[in-house]
Design a protein around this ligand. Structure first.
Ligand SMILES: Nc1ncnc2c1ncn2[C@@H]1O[C@H](COP(=O)(O)OP(=O)(O)OP(=O)(O)O)[C@@H](O)[C@H]1O
Length: 298
């Protein structure tokens, strides 16, 4: 695991598990010269977010700075209530920052848009009366993005990309959980978003199913290389799913550090290097916070 002060190599330049040119592993790793870095696809710059109720103002995040590059699997990791979901909602365009700016592909985010799609936990709840192709085509039609024929063609193309063309005319109940997740992600990818947003998508699942879903997600990323912003409060999940992890402090969320985790995947989970990384992140998350120091790694 590499700790970097600010930002790390974009996934587009990485092979999972292989060193990135210009990077060294270990605590002394340095980010390459700014001139050699591509422009971030998503820039969260000094973003503070608040909720206002008649009684009080709740600050959810405080001056968060994060750069996400194309094809990153970028994870927001932090304890419950640190503002991860709020940050994701702000990127989705549902909550405007009270200070700072969110910039996607050079343009400030001013509201929701089809260039940012949230994949919800309920990927197991695809409308059962629609076939896979109908499920994937539905948002394209409902949003007025494409007409019937074009939507079906795009849906079939995307279903092919996620490796489900043999099941295009099947119904959800004929698919495994992992296949349903692929359909849900295909539905999002068919909209050709710039970033996929996932908020604790596997939190409600049992350990085995969760692992299967994580495998499916990573396999899909290997094939398609979409850009992912993923929220979790599980340190293990963050290290296994992400190539970069931003650690947020307890309420209000501030970035406590950024970690390069692309040397890990699900096969590393039992390794001593992985466990050492978990411990290090755990200390980093909780050490300076006596109230939460006693909490176990999730
Ligand atoms: N609609 C809301 N109105 C007022 N306060 C809110 C609202 N939603 C969230 N909050 C507060 O904002 C803070 C951040 O909440 P948020 O849900 O973003 O945290 P989180 O890190 O995603 O937590 P968890 O891991 O438990 O989902 C918390 O203190 C929470 O109580």
């Amino acid at each position: 695991m590499t700790l970097v002060a600010k930002r790390d190599a974009p996934a587009a330049t990485q092979q999972r598990g292989l060193p990135v040119p210009g990077f060294r592993y270990g605590e002394e790793a340095r980010a390459p010269q700014a001139a050699s870095m591509p422009t971030p696809l998503l820039r969260i710059a000094g973003v503070s977010l608040e909720y206002r109720t008649p009684e009080r103002v709740i600050r959810a995040t405080h001056r968060v700075d994060i750069d996400v590059y194309e094809a990153d699997r970028f994870v927001l990791l932090g304890p419950s209530g640190c503002g991860k979901s709020t940050l994701l909602k702000a990127v989705a365009g549902f909550i405007p920052p009270i200070e700072g700016e969110i910039i996607l592909d050079g343009r400030p985010v001013r509201g929701p848009g089809p260039d940012r799609i949230v994949v919800f936990q309920e990927f197991d709840q695809l409308p059962p009366w629609k076939t896979v192709v109908q499920n994937v085509a539905f948002p394209l039609r409902a949003s007025g993005t494409l007409g019937r024929r074009e939507a079906e063609a795009r849906a079939r193309h995307t279903i092919d990309k996620v490796g489900l063309s043999r099941f295009a005319d099947s119904y959800p109940h004929q698919l495994s959980g992992g296949m349903k997740q692929r359909v849900a992600i295909a539905r999002a990818l068919a909209m050709q978003p710039k970033v996929l947003l996932m908020d604790e998508p596997f939190a409600a699942l049992d350990a085995l199913t969760r692992r299967k879903m994580q495998e499916e997600l990573l396999a899909l990323w290997d094939e398609i290389r979409f850009t992912l912003l993923f929220v979790t409060h599980s340190i293990e999940e963050a290290l296994a799913v992400g190539n970069r992890v931003a650690l947020l402090s307890a309420h209000p969320g501030r970035v406590r550090g950024e970690f390069n985790s692309h040397e890990f995947d699900l096969t590393s989970v039992g390794s001593s290097a992985f466990q050492a990384a978990v411990q290090r992140l755990h200390r980093r998350l909780f050490d300076a916070d006596p109230e939460t120091a006693a909490r176990p790694a999730l």
